[in-house]
Design a protein around this ligand. Structure first.
Ligand SMILES: NC(=O)c1ccc[n+]([C@@H]2O[C@H](COP(=O)([O-])OP(=O)(O)OC[C@H]3O[C@@H](n4cnc5c(N)ncnc54)[C@H](OP(=O)(O)O)[C@@H]3O)[C@@H](O)[C@H]2O)c1
Length: 293
């Protein structure tokens, strides 16, 4: 009998992540949401079960700006699952004000880049156990505006919310391509990694940690956006479509690949970002890749 398909979706309690979770629950995946808020997570799980008729929906709690909480969540997931067919690194944040986490890392960088980097590492042994595992990184075309300043990764000079968001999403894009190169180098054929842009989507992202002026701009701007269900389509496609099985290392928009920014293809930057992220996460031997299951 084939194994039940399993997926972990970060930020699956709201917006694009919730709709991604619903689509996969309807496809009979065993769905695990990674959420920072217990009440929201419980509510989302109930709604997902009700709407999909799938009882295999659960959640794990973690604030993705915290390395310790990511590690604890990954441990729980590793105890609950024996393999993982998809990891959708969806959670994302937009902050008007420069904020540092307990390790002194700027929070947009921590949530939008370091969290997917670390969680992917920690769940890698589970992904290796799948015949066809997909890592899906929810990015943004805003990364086109990103430029990495390796001398000031905490953005201490002239902080600007959008600049920081773009910077974090560019780092996530560099991570996607570097991971793809490493998977290919190591001959790991059962795991793919892709990044995507969901488009402008009518969610609450711009209301959560923003100054009232930014919230007002988002209120107007998001009216031009598509529904979260529409915005989730590319994530669902990359995580589940049979034709995506061996396709890796690309950037996607409306279920079609397209080039990402020029800066995202700078291999030197990707390698440097990888080394710095590894150090920030305190990972000695990233993935311990041995090319075997
Ligand atoms: N909306 C757009 O137009 C748009 C465009 C391009 C890219 N994106 C990307 O799409 C992804 C989903 O965003 P969305 O628009 O669906 O936003 P959203 O409705 O705000 O959903 C974001 C999800 O991430 C979670 N999250 C945020 N910070 C977290 C943290 N520190 N720890 C754990 N979970 C955290 C949120 O939890 P809470 O519910 O507790 O806040 C929520 O579940 C993000 O990566 C975003 O950058 C969105």
């Amino acid at each position: 009998m084939p194994l039940t398909k399993t997926v972990v979706i970060t930020g699956g309690n709201a917006g694009i992540g919730f709709e991604t979770a619903l689509a996969l629950a309807k496809m009979d995946y065993h769905v695990c949401l990674l959420s920072r808020n217990e009440q929201k997570a419980q509510q989302a799980v109930e709604t997902l079960k009700e709407k999909s008729g799938n009882e295999n929906v659960r959640y794990v709690l973690a604030d993705l700006s915290s390395k310790v909480q990511i590690e604890a969540a990954a441990k729980i997931i590793s105890e609950q699952f024996d393999h993982l067919d998809a990891l959708v690194n969806n959670a994302g944040i937009w902050l008007s004000e420069r904020t540092l986490n307990e390790e002194g890392v700027e929070v947009q960088f921590a949530v939008n880049h370091i969290a997917p980097f670390l969680l992917t590492h920690l769940l890698f042994p589970l992904l290796l156990k799948s015949e066809d595992a997909r890592i899906v990184n929810v990015n943004s075309d805003t990364h086109f505006r990103g430029k990495i300043d390796f001398n000031d990764l905490t953005l201490s000079k002239g902080y600007n919310g959008i600049k920081s968001y773009a910077h974090s999403k560019l780092a996530n894009c560099l991570f996607t391509y570097e991971l793809d190169r490493k998977l290919k180098e190591k001959g790991i054929q059962n795991i793919t990694v892709n990044a995507l842009q969901p488009g402008l989507v009518k969610t609450d992202i711009g209301f959560k940690h923003t100054f009232s002026i930014h919230a007002l701009v988002w209120k107007i701007r998001r009216e031009f956006g598509v529904s979260p269900e529409e915005g989730a389509k590319t994530s669902v496609y990359l995580a589940t479509a049979p034709e995506m099985k061996d396709i890796s290392g690309l950037y996607w928009d409306k279920c079609e690949s397209k080039p990402s920014s020029k800066n995202s293809y700078i291999i030197e930057d990707a390698q440097k970002m990888w080394a710095i992220s590894k150090e920030m996460c305190g990972i000695e031997d990233y993935f311990g890749m041995r090319g075997e299951r």
